[in-house]
Design a protein around this ligand. Structure first.
Ligand code: PBG
Length: 334
């Protein structure tokens, strides 16, 4: 029966791949994607990370090759995490701001190789370098000392800026970290160094595989500084504080479990919003695909598209190179 008025038929716009492509509201581009990578001090060949199949701890040399691959793939950037030798960890995380510490050495080597062809990012946090594994230094009672940690971050920021990082990723969730680091960088003439603030970073079991990736020494958890997943309103406070302190970019992390927070951030932020698809999000997809339970490529691309649709302009993901290949093939195939 034909109704008297035109019936809305949303299916009209789903009738073929060509029409769906025309009306797609969200598209992924290789430049949206940033590859996180690990560089380890005491190895002479890359080491596979058991809980993250396909991801390695790199030597400085293999990392430089990887960086060149990122340039060739047109990625948005490369985010580096350093893994020092166990004997170089101490309570203050001294290897973090040592110019010859693994992360700073690697930054210098990658920057020398790729120049400004790739946006080079550094994780600015102490957890990879401290013997206790916390993101900050501890007070006499064993609690993370917020303000003493800020001075460590400032020193680390200077070392990373000197080493050639374009972007510093403040992932420690200490109060006041963005403002303190910004002021220090400016005082030393690093006014162009970009600050990516992990504005809303939630505590989660999904960081599990990352602990293996950075050989973390952490006992216990980070619940006194990372956000409680029960809370959404608190993310607004964190974002507003970071913007007020001069964040150039803000990040929501983890991405997939917090699409609502990404959407809020996209609405209220005056700067670009990034999201981090973390180790456990990666490993879940890889593990299920390895068992044949889901289609790896399909779920990978969906997961990234959904993060972008929620409002993230920049996505950190261990799938970055693989997804960039899929994107290029899709464009070439049409
Ligand atoms: C802190 C930091 C962590 C991650 C990125 N930066 C670890 C943590 O907060 O426990 C996790 C990234 C991932 O799981 O992929 N340096």
């Amino acid at each position: 029966m034909t109704p008297a008025y035109p019936v809305s038929r949303p299916r009209r716009l789903r009738q073929s791949a060509a029409v769906r492509r025309l009306v797609a509201q969200t598209r992924l581009h290789p430049a949206d994607l940033v590859l996180p990578a690990f560089v380890r001090a005491d190895i002479d060949a890359p080491v596979e990370i058991g809980a993250m199949p396909g991801v390695q701890q790199h030597t400085v040399d293999s990392l430089v090759d990887l960086a060149r691959e990122c340039v060739a793939a047109g990625l948005g950037g490369l985010m580096l995490f350093g893994v020092p030798a166990e004997q170089d960890k101490d309570p203050a995380g001294s290897a973090a701001d040592d110019d010859d510490g693994i992360l700073n050495l690697a930054l210098r080597a990658v920057r020398a190789a790729v120049g400004d062809d790739l946006v080079l990012m550094a994780d600015l946090c102490l957890d990879e370098f401290t013997s206790h594994g916390h993101c900050g230094v501890l007070d006499g009672a064993g609690r993370v000392d917020n303000d003493a940690t800020l001075d460590r971050y400032a020193s680390m920021a200077l070392a990373q800026a000197r080493a050639g990082a374009h972007v510093l990723g403040l992932s420690g969730m200490m109060d006041g970290q963005v403002g303190h680091v910004r002021a220090t960088l400016d005082d030393h003439g690093f006014t162009d160094t970009i600050l990516l603030a992990y504005a809303a970073k939630y505590t989660t079991g999904l960081y599990g595989p990352f602990r293996e990736a950075v050989a973390s020494s952490l006992q216990g958890d980070r619940a006194t500084y990372q956000q409680d997943p029960a809370n959404a309103r608190e993310a607004v406070t964190e974002i507003e504080l970071d913007l007020g302190e001069g964040a150039d970019l803000i990040m929501i992390k983890p991405a997939g479990p917090h699409l609502d927070i990404i959407a809020t951030a996209a609405e209220i932020s005056t700067v670009p919003v990034a999201a981090y698809q973390i180790s456990g999000e990666y490993s879940q997809i890889v593990a299920a695909a390895d068992r044949g339970w889901i289609d790896r490529q399909r779920v990978m691309m969906e997961s990234l598209l959904n993060i972008k649709r929620a409002g993230a302009a920049i996505i950190l993901t261990y799938f970055a190179l693989e997804a960039a290949t899929v994107i290029r093939e899709e464009v070439a195939g049409r």
